[in-house]
Design a protein. Structure first.
Length: 286
């Protein structure tokens, strides 16, 4: 059986909304601190499928949820769920409580992963080590046009209802094509319901990136937990040059670059991401 076949697909009801998540438990009795893996915009927990087995093999329980409005989690109407960073942070806290995760190592990727970083900064007692993968952590970070247009009036309504936006986004953010079988998984929510497109459009519109990225830049400079900036150097949206100096302002930060890897690093080259996370998390794993 392939390692990815052992990944369990589960759901949990949290404050009236159903979260879908993937979970992989370590073999044997020894268990280290759980690792919570958070995906970015247009992606889903499926992106971590090749990373989870490496971490689990080293004793880390791994949990990868689909954000509300993404993947196979519930897509509430914007009248019932705000899709703001604050609302998503509160939802993440509820998800962790429901799974009885008092403390985790947290891995956050991409523009939507910024919500996870905000959560860590606001809850240092619940996050031990923090790994940041190609996320907007400086004040001048901007949404790329490919993402920004998803929130435009009229145009956004059409763009976010097209399942092929998955192909254009995942492949447009790095140097590789995604296998058709994997694209089928990413497209499936868009083929099943129009709700996922509406949720994506609302999330992009309400992301408030200038305010969020400025807060992350300032907050991380006060964050003294071990922090890994793991950066795909082929990211056309968030260039590594902007983090090479910034990492020196972090009290306990380090930068590792991933050559020939784009914005969605765990999809582009999972083995590199898994190896880097494994080394970082095991330095002082509990």
């Amino acid at each position: 059986m392939a390692a990815t076949d052992a990944i369990a697909e589960k759901t949990v009801l949290v404050n009236g909304f159903t979260w879908f998540y993937r979970e992989l438990s370590p073999p044997g009795d020894r268990q280290r601190l759980p690792v919570l893996l958070l995906h970015g915009l247009v992606s889903q927990s499926y992106s971590w499928r090749q990373v989870m087995p490496t971490l689990a093999q080293q004793g880390f329980p791994t949990i990868a949820p689909d954000w509300l409005g993404h993947g196979f989690s519930e897509k509430p109407d914007k009248r019932d769920f705000a899709y703001t960073p604050a609302a998503l942070m509160d939802a993440l806290a509820g998800f962790m409580d429901a799974l009885e995760l008092p403390t985790v190592h947290l891995v956050a990727q991409g523009f939507l992963g910024s919500v996870g970083i905000q959560y860590a900064l606001a809850n240092p007692d619940r996050v031990d080590r923090l790994a940041i993968i190609n996320s907007p952590i400086w004040a001048t970070a901007k949404l790329p046009w490919k993402i920004r247009q998803m929130g435009l009036p009229l145009a956004g309504d059409m763009i976010t209802q097209d399942p092929l936006l998955v192909d254009r986004t995942l492949e447009g953010a790095g140097p590789y094509q995604v296998d058709d079988a994997d694209l089928d998984v990413y497209r499936r929510p868009f083929l099943q319901s129009s709700d996922v497109g509406r949720a994506l459009m609302t999330t992009v519109r309400r992301l408030d990136l200038p305010k969020v990225s400025a807060a992350l830049e300032a907050g991380l400079r006060q964050w003294d937990h071990p922090t890994l900036l793991l950066w795909g150097t082929s990211d056309p949206w968030l260039p590594v040059s902007l983090v090479e100096d910034y990492v020196n302002t972090l009290p306990n930060g380090e930068l590792q670059t991933l050559d020939q890897v784009g914005h969605y690093a765990q999809e582009d080259w999972a083995e590199k991401v898994a190896a880097a996370l494994d080394k970082f998390l095991r330095q002082v794993a509990v």
